[in-house]
Design a protein around this ligand. Structure first.
Ligand SMILES: Cc1cc2nc3c(=O)[nH]c(=O)nc-3n(C[C@H](O)[C@H](O)[C@H](O)COP(=O)(O)OP(=O)(O)OC[C@H]3O[C@@H](n4cnc5c(N)ncnc54)[C@H](O)[C@@H]3O)c2cc1C
Length: 373
C-alpha cells in the first residue's frame, strides 16, 4: 500500500552503544520504536567500557547483561595518583564492585542483534537532518512514517550539523588506547595517573587469567608508541611487574561539547554531551539519559506539552557538571601555574581526609547519586 503511513512513538536516529540500548529500553516499556543508522557494519572498536554499578543494573534490567560471554571484569578499587601530591587516593565501595569492564564490540553486537530480532533496525539510512521532524511524514526506504518523538543518538556527529546547536570545549585532545599483559595479577584494581601531559587510566581487562589490562592515555601532545609504553611502564612496573604490549594502539579524537535544547528533538548519549574520558563516564551518563527518559514516560504522556523540555531540564545539570569538572581537571594539570598545583593538592587532601566527600565521589562514579529526578 503506497499511501500507508506507518505510525510510531519513537524514531531513534543512530544505533551506536547508546541509541541501541535506548531503543531496547523503550520497547520494553511497550513503545513502538524504529531505529535507523547511516552505517551497516559493526565498527571496529577495540576499546573497553567501564560500566558503572548503575549501568550494570540497567543492562541486567533490559536483558542485555546475561548475553555478555567474555567475563565482565569487576573493578573493586580505583587508585588515583599524580606527580603533585605525595599520597595516592583510593576509591572503593564497602558493599559492591564500583563497576565492570566489558568490550565495546561485544555490547554493540548483542544490542544490534536484539534490534534485528525485533525487526526494528534499518541500516544504511542517512536522512538529511532537515528532513526529520516529529509528527510530520518522513520517507524512509520509500515508505511513509510518522513519529511522535525523535531521539538523536548520532554521537559527536551532532556537532557538525548546523541544525543542532552545540557548544564545543575545544581541547584538541586525543585518546590512545591499547592492551598489555603483565606478570603480576591486577587484583581487580583500576589506576588513574594524572601526568603533566594528560591523564593515563589503566583498567583490568576481561580475561580469566587476570593478567591483561588496557590503557587510555589522553593528551594534546603527540606521543609515539615507544614513549607511551615507557610512560606506562614507569607508572605501573611495581604493581603489575613486567609488561608485554599488544602491537596496535588506537587513537580517538575527543570533542567535549554540550548541545543546546531544541524543542523538536530529544538528545541522548554523546549527542547530548560528550566529556573527556578521564572519568570513564561518557557512556554511563548516556545510560542516565535513557533512565531519565523512561522515568519521564512513567509520569507524563508522550504527547504532553513540554515533554522534551522537561527531559532536557532534567539532564542538563549533571551533563554540565561532568563536562565542566573533567575539562577543568585537565586544565589544572596541564597548566604550569603554581596556584593550580596548590588547588590540586588541596583537592587531594580533602578527598583523602574527609570520608563524607570521598564517599560522595565514589557513589557518583558508581552512578548511585541522582542529581535531578
Ligand atoms: C578512549 C575512550 C574511552 C572511553 N571509555 C569509556 C568508559 O570506560 N566508560 C564510559 O562510560 N564511557 C567511555 N567513553 C565514552 C563512550 O565511548 C561514549 O560516550 C559512547 O560510546 C557514546 O555512544 P553513542 O551511542 O552516544 O555514540 P556513538 O557510539 O558515536 O554512536 C553513534 C551512532 O550514530 C550513527 N550515526 C551518526 N550519524 C548519523 C546520521 N546522520 N544518521 C544515522 N545514524 C548516524 C553512527 O553510525 C553510530 O552508530 C570513552 C570514550 C573514549 C574516546
Amino acid at each position: 500500500m503506497k499511501n500507508k503511513i506507518h505510525k510510531y512513538d519513537f524514531l531513534v536516529v543512530g544505533a551506536g552503544l547508546i541509541g541501541s540500548i535506548a531503543a531496547l529500553a523503550l520497547v520494553q516499556k511497550k513503545n513502538k520504536v524504529l531505529v535507523i543508522d547511516k552505517k551497516n557494519n559493526t565498527p571496529i572498536d577495540n576499546r573497553t567500557l567501564a560500566v558503572n554499578a548503575n549501568s550494570t543494573d540497567f543492562l541486567k534490567k533490559i536483558g542485555v547483561w546475561n548475553n555478555i560471554k567474555s567475563n565482565p571484569q569487576p573493578i573493586n578499587k580505583i587508585v588515583i595518583k599524580d606527580d603533585i601530591s605525595t599520597h595516592s587516593l583510593i576509591f572503593e565501595d564497602e558493599i559492591e564492585p564500583m563497576g565492570n569492564v566489558i568490550f565495546n564490540k561485544e555490547l554493540f553486537k548483542i544490542s544490534r542483534q536484539k534490534l534485528e530480532n525485533l525487526k526494528i533496525l534499518k541500516t544504511n539510512v542517512n536522512l538529511e537532518t532537515n528532513e526529520i521532524s516529529p509528527n510530520k511524514n518522513i520517507l524512509i526506504n520509500g515508505q511513509k512514517y510518522l513519529f511522535k518523538k525523535i531521539i538523536f543518538s548520532i554521537g559527536k556527529n551532532v556537532t557538525t550539523n548546523q541544525r543542532h546547536k552545540s557548544v564545543i570545549f575545544d581541547q584538541q585532545h586525543f585518546s590512545y588506547v591499547g592492551f598489555f599483559k603483565h606478570i603480576k595479577l591486577h587484583n581487580d584494581t583500576a589506576y588513574e595517573f594524572f601526568t603533566s601531559t594528560g591523564p593515563l587510566a589503566v583498567l583490568p581487562a576481561p580475561d580469566i587469567n587476570k593478567n591483561k589490562s588496557t590503557f587510555i592515555y589522553s593528551s594534546k601532545k603527540k606521543i609515539n608508541k615507544i614513549q607511551l609504553e615507557s610512560l606506562i611502564k614507569k607508572k605501573i612496573n611495581n604493581s603489575h611487574g613486567k609488561l608485554t604490549f599488544d602491537k596496535s594502539i588506537s587513537k580517538f579524537p575527543i570533542v567535549p561539547h554540550i548541545t543546546k535544547n531544541n524543542d523538536n528533538f530529544i538528545y541522548i548519549g554523546d549527542s547530548l554531551k560528550s566529556i573527556h574520558p578521564v572519568a570513564g563516564q561518557g557512556w554511563n551518563l548516556g545510560i542516565k539519559d535513557i533512565q531519565t527518559l523512561c522515568k519521564l514516560l512513567d509520569s507524563h504522556s508522550i504527547d504532553a506539552k513540554n515533554f522534551n523540555k522537561i527531559y532536557y531540564s532534567r539532564r542538563i545539570l549533571e551533563s554540565t557538571i561532568y563536562l565542566t569538572f573533567t575539562s577543568a581537571l585537565n586544565y589544572l594539570y596541564e597548566s604550569k601555574i603554581s596556584l593550580n598545583k596548590r588547588v590540586i593538592d588541596l583537592g587531594f587532601k580533602i578527598l583523602k581526609n574527609i570520608k563524607l566527600v570521598r564517599n560522595l565521589f565514589i557513589k557518583q562514579a558508581m552512578g548511585r547519586v541522582n542529581l535531578t529526578d
